[in-house]
Design a binder for this molecule. Structure first.
Ligand code: GMT
Length: 393
């Protein structure tokens, strides 16, 4: 198949997942075209059968807000025609699925067979998509996609409940890991070159947006460090980094907290960690938690959204209510104080992640879903949900 992939190319789970998917599909013989405003952060310089098409929004004095959505639609249109793509796979509903729909309308007469698959990742539904400014266009774009996937059962239900798109069939295809990459035994711990090896390492990776609750990460760490000698390694960057840094200073633990900034290859860091902290307010899946589990790192997090579908509470980590810093700190200490328990959890985490979320099986699910979508009538041929509803009396 020839597949166009559009995602946010910056640091974040949906971009990481979309890029890994494209790379894996190319290895399986498909031709992949990334269509984004920047080279995706996990995409190396050259890979066979992988192409990158940059979207240029241009500049014009009249545009205070250059219309990226339109430039993206035009680039999608262009790439479909130039390379004979079979489908466009959009990661994150807006604006990608909206632009794909515009491109599809532009292609209606010349390429009526083109199909759009949209993967819903999280805040496109739970936060941004519910903002009154975007709600109707999110619903519209979802309903106009020929195939829809969500990364967890939680997100599937949330989408159907929030948008009430009764005619949508949403396939759950979870995030995945490459078990060869997220393998603790592959890496010697590079962290010990900087950090005293007698200390336990707690790790957090995210884009430091408010939903990640990075101050809770620091609060949990401060309570753990008061009892067990440990350090906190913070990977990533974003708007709440300054607040996390301030919290570390306020709690007097700043000397034990290392802010490393954005790092692409996280597997070697995970291989040196004892616990992964993810106290998010909402998490549709939690790709970083899965990468930690696969690396044999138990996860301390919240029972929010789709995280319970990833982390088995009490077996591969511990989940508490959002904001329950005490509970998460206690759970972390319980695991760190009992080395046998940690080893058992670590082994279970790596095995469970491999059994349920390995790349080969999940990429095959995407392939099967593409094939299914390509054989179905397009949404432009199907009747809209509104038309199917009986007219009001
Ligand atoms: O965080 C987001 O809002 C978007 C996205 C991203 O680009 O980082 O993350 C989401 O997609 C990931 C990949 O499917 C999921 O593993 C994350 O749980 C999800 N983030 C949230 O739901 C907060």
């Amino acid at each position: 198949m020839k597949i166009g992939i559009t995602c946010y190319p910056t640091y974040g789970g949906s971009g990481a997942l979309a890029t890994e998917l494209g790379i894996a599909l190319a290895r399986r013989g498909h031709e992949i075209h990334f269509i984004t405003y920047q080279q995706p952060f996990r995409l190396p310089a050259f890979l066979p059968h992988v192409y990158f098409h940059e979207v240029d929004v241009g500049q014009y004095p009249l545009f205070e807000y250059p219309p990226y959505d339109l430039a993206l639609a035009v680039r999608m249109h262009e790439v479909v025609l130039a390379h004979g793509l079979d489908l466009l796979h959009c990661h994150y509903a807006i604006p990608h699925a909206t632009s794909a729909w515009i491109a599809k309308e532009m292609l209606r007469t010349v390429r009526p067979d083109i199909r759009i698959v949209t993967t819903l990742h999280g805040t496109d539904i739970t936060i941004v998509g519910q903002d009154p400014s975007f709600r109707q266009i999110t619903k519209f774009s979802i309903e106009k996609s020929d195939g829809l996937t969500a990364v967890s059962r939680y997100l599937q239900t949330e989408t159907l409940t929030t948008f009430g798109c009764t005619a949508c069939r949403i396939e759950v295809i979870p995030n995945f890991i490459d078990p060869a990459v997220f393998d603790r035994s592959r890496y010697s711990s590079i962290l010990t070159e900087q950090i005293d090896s007698s200390k336990r390492v707690l790790l957090h990776i995210s884009n430091f947006r408010p939903v990640k609750r990075v101050r809770d990460v620091v609060k949990i760490f401060a309570r753990v460090a008061a009892e067990v000698p440990s350090v906190l390694v913070m990977v990533g960057d974003g708007p709440d980094r300054v607040h996390a840094e301030a919290e570390a200073r306020d709690l007097g633990v700043h000397d034990s907290v290392f802010f490393l900034g954005k790092i692409e290859a996280v597997a070697p860091l995970l291989a040196g960690a004892d616990l992964f902290l993810l106290p998010s307010g909402s998490e549709s899946f939690g790709l970083s938690a899965l990468e930690a589990l696969a690396s044999g790192v138990p996860v301390i997090g919240t029972a929010a959204g789709g995280l319970p579908e990833v982390v088995r509470d009490g077996e591969t980590g511990a989940l508490c209510a959002v904001g329950d810093v005490d509970g998460m700190s206690r759970a972390a200490l319980d695991i760190l104080r009992n080395r046998d328990r940690w080893h058992a959890m670590s082994a279970r985490a790596a095995a469970d992640a491999r059994a349920r979320f390995s790349l080969d099986a999940i990429v095959a699910d995407y392939e099967a879903f593409y094939e299914y979508t390509l054989t179905r009538p397009s949404t432009t041929e199907r009747r809209s949900p509104a038309e199917l509803r009986p007219a009001a009396p």
